[in-house]
Design a protein around this ligand. Structure first.
Ligand code: ASP
Length: 412
């Protein structure tokens, strides 16, 4: 009782931090430098602490998860289900983005000003490079650079190695177990200061994104957010309900904390500790969540896919380019692949947008038009990204539990 009281109050504290951050940000709009010089560093320290603990948590919790699954084939079947869920929901997400952007005529009414078009796209990696880059040539550098996909691969190999080593791997397994617990405790300490962290992250964003930046692109923001909300409500509610029986209300209520943190930090990777906690409270087993979520924070970006669909149509409309049906299908494919290559850090979806635009011959310079509001779009898409990861963890866990129950029944 005591414990749950305390937890509710932390969520409330984070909400207060978020609301206060927005209010103070609005008040500081004419003195945005106060927010960026004095408040932003606190947010940066907080985000640094989260980033510091994310690599040990992901590495150790995946290894620990694999050891407790005990069976390489089982890891494989969970992995396949996870990837199928991620790819299908992302394809649905881009489609939703495209449909709403087309119906709501996202580019209508926007007047292209002079000198607005100077964006040099930094080269997005090709699909093959993305695949090759998953496999590290060094077991330490990815940990130092927090290259999450590579960290996951290292964790998988060590996990499998420990299982295959049998008795001789027991000590390694115990060491992992012990350090994993230590990292979770560190994570809890950091989470306790989230109300302050959330305040300090959101305040400078609001202070420096005043009406002058937002108003001309209000329609893009509106269409993207409609897409985000529709996707979250329809896709996640229905899959979570269908596979695990959890009601949409319970699911979203359980997700409030990670969603708020995603909104203020715009970093899927930073949200991982919150997401691990929330999904387990919603009933997902730790060994499944600690495998599915880090993978999702790295490759599953439904919100980013919606944003890319909306921006592609916006840029096409502004430049008076008619996109054929087949070109829109190409966008679905490239945006789904681009989401795999999008890192779970602020702003990376905008870099991958270049790849999507290029795939259908749209002018990359168009990104300059939406760059000014990227943070606002990023906050929403990150919320969707991490909610998708959590929904997948719950669904895959439920599927696996059913499979186990069936097997036990047959065996019994
Ligand atoms: N910020 C997003 C995330 O961390 C990625 C993006 O920029 O789209 O999930």
């Amino acid at each position: 009782m005591e414990k749950s009281k305390k937890k509710i109050s932390l969520t409330l504290q984070i909400t207060i931090g978020l609301v206060l951050g927005i209010i103070v940000g609005l008040l500081l709009q004419n003195n945005a430098n106060i927010a960026t010089d004095y408040i932003k560093p606190i947010g940066t320290i907080y985000l640094n602490l989260i980033k510091m603990i994310v690599v040990p948590v992901v590495l150790l919790s995946i290894i620990q998860g694999i050891i407790s699954l005990k069976d390489i084939r089982k890891v494989g079947s969970i992995g396949v289900r996870t990837i199928v869920y991620y790819l299908c929901t992302t394809a649905v997400a881009v489609t939703i983005g495209l449909v709403f952007a087309n119906i709501m005529k996202v580019g209508a009414g926007y007047v292209l000003g002079e000198g607005e078009l100077s964006y040099t796209a930094s080269a997005a990696p090709s699909f093959i490079d993305t695949i090759v880059n998953i496999f590290p040539s060094n077991a330490v550098t990815p940990l130092a650079n927090a290259t999450m996909l590579q960290v996951i691969v290292i964790a998988l190999f060590f996990g499998f190695g420990i299982i295959l080593a049998g008795d001789k791997g027991t000590i390694a397994g115990n060491v992992v177990e012990s350090f994993a617990e230590v990292s979770f405790k560190i994570m809890e300490m950091i989470i306790r200061i989230s109300p302050l962290g959330v305040f300090a992250l959101i305040c400078p964003v609001v202070a420096s994104n005043g009406p002058a930046v937002l108003l001309p692109l209000l329609k893009v923001i509106l269409v993207a957010y409609v897409g985000y909300i529709i996707h979250a409500i329809i896709v996640y509610s229905s899959t979570v309900k269908a596979f695990s029986g959890i009601s949409p209300f319970k699911f979203f209520k359980g997700m409030v904390r990670p969603m708020m943190f995603a909104f203020s930090s715009a970093s899927s990777v930073g949200v991982l500790p919150f997401n691990l906690e929330a999904t387990q409270k919603l009933g997902a087993r730790k060994e499944v969540a600690s495998f599915v979520l880090p993978l999702g924070a790295t490759i599953n970006m439904d919100g980013t896919a919606i944003y890319q669909g909306v921006c592609a149509i916006f840029i096409a409309e502004i430049f008076g380019i008619e996109l054929a049906f087949t070109q829109q299908l190409t966008i679905i494919l490239t945006a789904t692949l681009a989401s795999i290559g999008t890192a779970g850090v602020p702003g990376s979806g905008m870099i991958m947008l270049a790849m999507v635009l290029q795939s259908v011959g749209l002018p990359v310079e168009g990104i300059a038009l939406v760059a000014g509001i990227d943070r606002i779009l990023d906050m929403g898409r990150t919320v969707v990204n991490i909610t998708g990861d959590a929904a997948c963890a719950i669904c895959v866990d439920a599927m696996d539990k059913k499979r186990e129950a069936k097997r036990n029944k047959i065996a019994g």
